[in-house]
Design a protein around this ligand. Structure first.
Ligand SMILES: [Zn+2]
Length: 198
């Protein structure tokens, strides 16, 4: 992966100097305004598609942009959500799905995941997504499941106490997005938010 080392070198020589003031500020300040929960997919780059600078997005990326519902005991995703909302005080949370998602394709098309048992286990966090898509007739295949999954993960998000508290205090807004890789467009899913969200 020599191109990564070349990228670091080019960043230091060409990109960093142009943002030196920003990085000097960020060296002692971490106040992102938005928690962005997206898929680990290499084609979905939050800072690129939103054209945001370092320091603006607190990012969590998981396979299938899945957000496990709150459970006692905690997990990495729950800890990141709690930190972003309760400590950093982000005002907006985005769950972003995307076209041609491998996780959603595997579920929609019923792929055999016996060789990837950890993936199969993880994708159980999309059970409600599948149920929603099937209740709608499943006519839209992967595309329909991607959308249903964003809605279902927003509901899971709202089960986390820090999110529930922020929603009750009207201090955070939840958003559901779908990024289309082929066209570069982002669709905001209206009606995707829990009823008590702004
Ligand atoms: Zn994906």
């Amino acid at each position: 992966m020599p191109h990564l080392a070349e990228g670091i070198d080019r960043f230091r020589r060409e990109v960093f100097p142009a943002k030196a003031g920003l990085f000097a500020h960020l060296a002692t300040s971490h106040r992102p305004g938005t928690l962005f929960i997206g898929c680990s997919d290499a084609r979905v780059v939050p800072e690129l598609i939103t054209q945001t600078d370092p320091g603006e997005l607190f990012v969590v990326r998981t396979a299938g942009n899945l957000v496990p519902a709150h459970t006692p005991g905690g997990d990495a995703v729950g800890a990141a959500i709690e930190y972003a909302i309760a400590v950093l005080g982000v005002r907006d949370v985005i769950v972003c799905g995307h076209s041609a998602c491998g996780a959603m394709t595997a579920l929609a098309e019923g792929h055999d995941l016996t060789a990837a048992p950890a993936v199969a286990d993880w994708l159980r966090h999309a059970d409600a997504s599948l149920a929603r898509a099937r209740a709608a007739g499943g006519r839209d295949g992967v595309t329909g499941l991607v959308r249903a999954n964003v809605v279902a993960q927003l509901a899971n998000l709202a089960t986390h106490p820090a999110v529930a508290r922020a929603l009750a205090e009207d201090s955070v807004r939840l958003h559901g997005w779908v990024f289309d890789i082929a066209s570069g467009t982002v669709e905001e899913l209206t009606g995707a938010r829990p009823a008590h969200a702004a």
